[in-house]
Design a protein. Sequence first.
Length: 701
Amino acid sequence: MADPKQAAKAGAENEAHIAVHWREEEYVYPPAKFIGQANLTDPAVLERFSEKNFPECYREYADMLDWDEYWHTTLDTSNPQFWKWFVGGKLNVSYNCVDRHLKKYKNKAALIFVPEPEDEPVYALTYQELYTRVNEVAAVLREDCGLKTGDRVTIHMPMILELPITMLACARLGVVHSVVFGGFSGEAAGLRAADSGSHVMVYADGYYRGGKKIDHKASADIAVEMAKKEGQKVDKILVWRRHRGQYMSAKPMIEGRDYFMDDLLKKHLRKKVAPVSLDSEAPLFLMYTSGTTGKPKGCQHRTGGYLAYVTGTSKYYQDIHPEDVYWCMADIGWITGHSYIVYGPLALGGTSVIFEGVPNYPDSGRVWRIAEQLDVNIFHTSPTAIRMLRKTGPDEPQKYNYHFKHMTTVGEPIEPETWRWYYESVGKGEAVIVDTWWQTETGGFLCTTKPGMDPMKAGSAGPPALGIYPAIYDEENKDLKAGSGKAGNICIRNPWPGIMQTIWGDNDRFTRQYYTKYCKNPKSTDWRDWPYFAADGAVLPADGYFRILGRVDDVINVAGHRLGTKELEAACLTVKEVAEAAVVPVVDEIKGRMPVVYMALKPGVSDPQRVEKEVISVIETLIGKIARPKSIHVVSDLPKTRSGKIMRRVLAAISNTMDVGDVTTLANPDIVEEIRKQVQGTGPVQLKEGPEDVKLFGSNE
Ligand code: WTA
């Protein structure tokens, strides 16, 4: 492993250029049984998707869809980096995910809902029934809410069937949905509703999670208030009831604003709403995510390119066939759920499982009971869930009679040891694993092995996905070639159909954030001059298997969820006693990373414990429980450079017992030792090497 002292020294000048050494893992080969049935085994695919066939290679994905009008230009680069895909084409996403399957599969389950309470029966929704319900909901949106193509709707809902039904109803009309993760607070939902200009929000009254009944509708009142503060009036709240005819919330329905969906639907039973034929480039949805600056940004995804990309990658990398039972345990409120629970699997006529609950409730056998009961054969989850299931029930999988052919890991780097438990215990040595690296912005997978063709390597995402040509650049724009052993910024050299269109309402930020850093010529309309900057550190060994190290910006990946440290710091500063705050990542055994808050209080504050409690509560209300810090340190001052910049990297080193490096040039070097003693104690400490992403933290500040 790298010498920490040297790494810290190198880091002072050039952080994204540290040397990375690790034990090379052995290749593991996909089982013959998997290969025998896989969607992708033809070696000619490599040639078809080679750089010389770009961008026409992506016809292969677009041809998996039904188009109302075929496109005339595969990729239009005339206005970089606002690439246009399948230009001139027209299609409808809900038609492609629902209507077109009726001929062959109307009687097959499209979605299977698994409620958290085990005594409540599982519910399978056929494609015919999905078709009926999507049409009826589209009628409500159009006729009762007056929504039309291009309008935005914010959907703040838990994992129940009505969530994808509402999304597909929006897609039928070309209404742009913005789904906010159900676990986010009303404030967070209201902020996003305001940013997107939503007049209508969709809620559920409640749901079950971790054995608790959650009153979700209570968030709606807060969201409406928050949106109003931001200058956006929300006129209508549509409320799905988790149990028909009952109301799970303690908050009253507000006359003239709140409507039960089951009431509204009565007028529209069996009504049909023709799918609107939309331009390929029409926006399909917004997905807010955290980035370098405080405000979450609305990643805007397009209709044609996005659907083509998630359909192609679901077929080739998730290996979904209509007869499979596919279960992705992510939440639909994140991009993984959009692309790989809803749109990709349904476009292929697949059967996709939706689970309301948490994996370890009521016990750590629950997930495997569901797998056995539904005969799930494709399973998709995050390293955090795997670590948790392993910790709480290492021997549980073998007690249940299920057999996976395919498993996915996504969202964070996975340690080889965790990977091996996943492979051996969860997959029982029978399932192939894909470690898929991608982002909210990218719509679909960027690096992963081809499950029926490539060997797996624990801890490495693997080669680029078909049609993706990545490179690793250092801070001086130097291309770090395979085998250099150096870490740098992973970039994608070319556009692809799944890439976001822009940041909603902020084209400049889109350019700045992803393209300015490595643009070779701002005047050029040649895509080769516009690499996409992913803000992840990576290394590339000689075999071409990318190993992703984690974020190089101010984002902390908590349990696979992106949290902006600037958002957390802004929340801390809303507590009036807090003078300054800095948030850094600390390694957590289960969640990968967690935020730690360092803060200095205003003079004369006598009750720091109360302030700490208030900070936690503010973070939970403004962002959500997932942002709860692992610890809070009230310090007398924060380490700063002479120009007054807070040295978050030094704080991250302290929290992770890593070498703080040379701090003599700071404006207040003594504070470092003071904070170190406060956090680590006065006794001797054994310094750790620490993971690369913590070393890289804040390096692009
Ligand atoms: C991280 C989730 C290592 C990465 C799909 C990225 C990963 C961020 C992997 C995006 C992986 C995602 N290995 N790291 N297989 N997949 N990441 O937008 O840091 O929620 O930038 O999208 O998660 O998170 P997001």
